[in-house]
Design a protein around this ligand. Structure first.
Ligand SMILES: [Zn+2]
Length: 290
């Protein structure tokens, strides 16, 4: 029975005490030494002493710099946006034709379906998409935006509500977004509708100013007025129930003519809708900042 080998630190080896001499010779062979070197690790106290990581004192969080709150140009203003008509109106004729107060003691149909382009791009979709872009731009400028409807799949609201919601929300201004549907396809250009002799005090005059700011902004966006609606593209009417019900300055923007192929192409493009939206926002901003 061979004696047991004991391998010391550094690979030195020797036979365990009491082993025969032959065992010692085997233990001290080069192969056994190498095995010993590989197996034996010097204890930690022999190695380089590892320093415990120095503990840094906890850092104080940096003091917040005192900066004045960033004020956007329209911070504090509330803008009511009314995208005309709704996607579900056509399928719900009874609800849409139900009579509602017209704001002057008479009645009017709750709502209508709106017009469409020759390629069947519906006005309600155009109005909705422009309104969404208007909302985004106004919110970027710091304004709070309230919409008359939540999506483009519903029915209504009725025209009386479309005027009242702006005052109820404490809005500074109401913009109703539409596109016109003159049958003559050569008709082109925008026009703005304001209330004639509003039932509510203090509304007609600033509404006219709002429409003038809107005309200027449309002009700056290279959009031309429809000459059928006067030199300045503004018409005052008593039969628009939404405007009759508005207790805040209000304008109904007819962005253009959907039956005109050139204007329909503009309305059907995302870039075109952004152009209308930018013009509407510029008009609102001009009015509110003045
Ligand atoms: Zn319309």
């Amino acid at each position: 029975m061979p004696g047991r080998c004991r391998v010391g630190y550094w690979g030195t080896c020797h036979a365990a005490s009491g082993s025969p001499a032959s065992s010692r010779a085997r233990c001290c062979s080069p192969a056994a030494r190498e095995r010993g070197r590989r197996r034996i690790r010097p204890p930690a106290r022999w190695g380089a002493r590892r320093r415990a990581p120095r503990r840094r004192p906890p850092r104080c969080p940096p003091r917040p710099r005192r900066r004045p709150p960033v004020e956007e140009p329209l911070t504090g203003f509330v803008v009511a946006v009314d995208p005309g008509h709704n996607g579900g109106n056509a399928a719900h004729p009874a609800e849409v034709t139900a009579p509602v107060p017209d704001g002057r003691g008479g009645i009017k149909a709750c709502n209508t379906t709106g017009t469409a382009s020759a390629t069947d791009y519906p006005e309600h979709a155009f109005n909705w998409e422009v309104a969404a872009a208007v909302r985004e731009r106004l919110e970027d400028l710091g304004a709070e935006v309230v919409l008359s409807r939540e999506d483009d799949e519903g029915v209504g609201p009725c025209v009386d509500e479309r005027g009242q919601f702006a005052g109820d929300a404490g809005a500074d201004v109401l913009v109703s977004i539409h596109a016109n549907g003159t049958e003559d396809t050569s008709a082109a250009g925008f026009h703005m509708i304001v209330v004639e002799d509003s039932p509510h005090a203090g509304v007609a005059e600033p509404s006219r100013t709002l429409a003038e700011d809107m005309v200027e902004a449309f002009g700056a966006a290279d959009l031309a007025p429809n000459p059928a609606y006067g030199d300045d593209g503004i018409v005052a009417r008593t039969d628009i129930a939404g405007l009759n019900h508005a207790k805040v300055p209000a304008v109904l923007v007819e962005c253009g003519e959907m039956r005109n192929p050139d204007e329909a192409a503009l309305m059907e493009s995302a870039a075109g809708r952004e152009r209308y939206a930018a013009a509407i926002v510029a008009g609102v901003q001009e009015f509110l900042e003045d």
